[in-house]
Design a protein around this ligand. Sequence first.
Ligand SMILES: O=C(O)CCC(=O)C(=O)O
Ligand SMILES: [Fe+2]
Length: 286
Amino acid sequence: MVQAGNLVNTDAAEQFASKGYTMLPQFYDAATDVEPIQEGIRVIIELLCRKYAVDAATDTSWDAMTKAYPALIAKNRAWGGEVYDAVKQIPAFMQLVTKAKNTEVFEALRPGSIPGIAAGGYGIRIDNPGEEKFRAHWHQEFPGQLRSLDGIVFWTPLLPVTRDMGPVQIAEGSHAEGIIPVYRNDAGIGKTGAYALFMDNEEQRLARYPTVAPLPVPGDLILMDFLTMHQGGHNVSKIPRWSIQFRYFNFVEPIGVRIGWCGSFAAGVDFSKVLPELVTDAETAA
Ligand SMILES: O=C(O)CCC(=O)C(=O)O
Ligand SMILES: [Fe+2]
């Protein structure tokens, strides 16, 4: 029997333990926790449309995120990078990342842990229709984030996610694989950093687990074990998929202690130097 706190019921805690993920419906308050972030994004997009003389509607956060942002990047893709870097500095976003509730959830799912917030492990994804270069293909979170082996990804949407927006796909129960070695490949399209990592024997491993792809709405929280295989789906809709992700880790987990809780790509660290056993023999030999 999995023990759970007030915030995580026993079913959710058991699902997390056995399947490597769970979703907590309306864990956040869409009006008080999420809307201020959407408004912050609206303001940033409005400022950039003015700066670059892009004529697009920014009256509502919906228009800004689904119309003005695509209009900006249609003129110059690099302006999207400005939005991407700016939005993670919205105070309401950081307030959501650092909510005491998140620590409590982590403690409920990782009994006996001392939670930490992974520095550089938080941000807002903007998954544009048809854009493969920045799509997160199948991966485990651990090599890309490090900090501790038993970390947890927190994933919550900024717009309701529909099937055609390419919801995150989760290989149910795949955390049972343990740490999967990875190799690097730019996939022929200039993928870099964590986007250029591929798991050893990916297909054979994925074949062992069913795939699920929940359709969350703002306020819902998806939690994934650092070892659960997951990927972003293909966005074949007309609008970008905006979502928040951040990671908590455990200060007392032994591998974390051994590596000094260091981070991975976002911290400028080459994970293969920190944990050489994470790299496949093929890559080590190369
Ligand atoms: O949202 C996505 O497309 C991928 C998300 C992901 O890999 C993560 O949050 O760790
Ligand atoms: Fe991920």
